[in-house]
Design a protein around this ligand. Sequence first.
Ligand code: HEC
Ligand code: HEC
Length: 220
Amino acid sequence: MRRNVVATVFLLALISSLPALAIDPTTAFEGQRLFVSHCQLCHGPDGKGNGPLAQNLDLSMIDLTLTVRARSETMLRTIITGDGGPIVTGRDRHNLLTDAMPDWGKIFTDSQIDALIAYMRFLGSAKHELLGDPEQGARLYKKYCAVCHGEEGYGDGTMTQLITMEPADHTNSNTMNRLSNDELIEFIYEGNDEYMPAWRGILNQDEVEALVSYIRLLSQ
Ligand code: HEC
Ligand code: HEC
């Protein structure tokens, strides 16, 4: 008996100390908010380098959607925080990062930097543009969709414990990338004959576009 208790306590301790299996799926969403407020001035909304400040300052910008893919987490972290000063990157055409990129080390927490990295990786792999406002999408998703699709988009909402159904997993970037924005919008408006409800008449175009953008940021 005692041994069972010890074993259980040990097991619980083990489970709680295991690292989360997947990165927090809302990370790219958090990163998007930070990127919009702090980075797009130079890097542009899509990360391609056409931000308004970069044009004013005549900075020579790189296309993040092309460079970030080849960079390790550690390297990206170093670039963003500025730790270590100018570093040899070895991969880009400059070979050196100039001072034009600000040091964000004192401004962001570690998890905010993780979020920024997740969003830049999203920009590098995304096949479709974000049409609507993801923040609005996040609010609507919690209100209308999470009950089936789950808070984090895995398709495991509370309703799935009551009714047998398999809502789509919105965190799967392969499936999500296969669908165009128009296809997703259409699907949300029309639903299907089974459990996916039709939202036409309940949600307007802006709201559906916002949802599509938020859903895309759940994928990893
Ligand atoms: C004042 C303009 C400016 C702002 C704001 C800015 N950057 Fe930069 N960033 C640059 C410039 C310029 C470069 C290119 C530096 C070079 O090649 O010398 C750069 C380079 C980078 C790189 C390296 C890309 C590569 O792979 O070579 C990353 C990553 C990056 N920035 C992330 C960010 C993030 C994240 C933010 C917001 C928190 C941000 N930047 C905000 C100007 C800016
Ligand atoms: C009552 C449960 C339920 C609710 C609420 C719900 N869904 Fe669904 N949804 C489903 C099911 C079940 C599927 C899978 C349908 C299928 O595969 O035939 C699905 C599929 C989808 C798909 C298709 C994705 C793909 O890969 O084909 C999208 C997009 C979607 N839902 C978006 C939403 C959005 C946005 C909301 C909130 C406005 C929402 N759903 C609310 C049950 C639900």
